[in-house]
Unconditional design. Structure first.
Length: 346
């Protein structure tokens, strides 16, 4: 039976910890170990973690006397502790779905070239709202690492939240862990590194994890803001291609990523005009971002759309709804494309 090590970092999430750990211990067809790392929490994490470890021999608990931060905590578990065939990083407030590890492991057991498997994730706020899953039939898609890299660069964004990912242990140890130079979007950069050396698969037909959304979560509390998010993703692609772009076939992908980010920034400025939510400084920052990211930004259709709105002004654009139909059509197309990509895991 294949082994899976699950690292659960915890900072003031004692109230969620038993459910998260329980979702691991009830997985079937895999041999699991769990490491809960308390990063100097001020709540009851130490007590809850110790009780969980005392209850089940598969659970180990560690506590940091001084807060070391999320990146160091992640890497402690993934690189210094984990020795299994496969590994998972699971936040203490997230939950694995029944059978998720077995599905991912069966895919990688059957194809040694696949280094990472992920799948659909259900976002939730209250555990009482979680759907009753019917495992039923499921399937998977797979891509070569180069194909997956190309898709990520053309889209310019991350399609993975994190708890739904299972990585082959040898691949994780080979590429390393989370990059401390990219504390806000390091997961995307690590996925790119994994795709640079292995193939990628996506489970279809059943969710692989439940992702909890709440006011205290890192994503919501620290990393809000479209411009900040764009800058973080740009830093990811710049770092990745600086260190992994020596492959001649990847040179055009960097340009694709820059173009995608520039288009997104310009379209965000367009939307601000349409909704009369424009702050001149913010709009200028978005345009500056597009210019520094993709020098040929003036040739993009989003720039021409922004210029039309600039001539009319945000109030007139909003009141007249002159661009409403075009913007609505684009929004619907983007929504449909995003939904289709989510179904396919791309």
């Amino acid at each position: 039976m294949s082994t899976v090590d699950i690292v659960i970092p915890c900072y003031n999430y004692a109230r969620y910890l038993p459910t998260s750990v329980g979702s691991v211990l009830t997985q079937e067809n895999v041999d699991v170990r769990v490491l809960v790392i308390d990063d100097a929490s001020s709540d009851e994490t130490a007590q809850v973690g110790a009780e969980l470890a005392a209850t089940d021999r598969r659970v180990e608990f560690r506590r940091h006397e001084v807060n070391r931060g999320h990146i160091a905590t992640y890497n402690e578990g993934l690189l210094k502790w984990s020795k299994a065939d496969y590994c998972v990083l699971l936040s203490a407030d997230d939950i694995l779905t029944p059978g998720s590890l077995g599905r991912a492991v069966s895919i990688m057991d059957g194809d040694p070239k696949i280094g990472m498997v992920y799948g659909p994730t259900v976002h939730f706020r209250d555990e009482r709202e979680l759907p009753k899953l019917r495992p039923g039939n499921w399937d998977f898609s797979k891509w070569s690492g180069e194909e997956w890299l190309e898709r990520r660069c053309r889209a310019g964004h991350n399609v993975i939240t994190s708890p739904e990912v299972v990585v082959r242990g040898s691949i994780q140890r080979s590429v390393g862990g989370y990059n401390p130079e990219l504390p806000h979007a390091g997961d995307l950069e690590m996925w790119l590194r994994i795709a640079a050396v292995s193939n990628i698969a996506y489970v279809r037909g059943v969710p692989q994890a439940f992702y909890r959304v709440h006011s205290a979560s890192m994503m919501r509390s620290k990393y809000n803001g479209q411009l900040l998010d764009l800058r973080q993703r740009k830093a990811v692609f710049e770092f990745f291609f600086k260190h992994y772009g020596n492959n001649g076939n990847r040179k055009h992908l960097h340009d694709e990523a820059r173009r995608a980010l520039a288009r997104e920034a310009l379209w965000d400025a367009c939307r601000a005009y349409d909704h009369n939510q424009l702050e001149e400084r913010r709009a200028n920052e978005l345009v500056e971002f597009a210019q520094t990211t993709y020098p040929a930004f003036t040739a993009l259709p989003e720039f021409r759309a922004l210029e039309r709105r600039r001539r009319l002004g945000p109030v007139w654009c909003h009141r007249s709804q002159l661009f409403f139909l075009g913007a609505l059509t684009r929004r619907i197309n983007q929504w449909a494309a995003t939904r289709n990509r989510k179904r396919q895991g791309i």
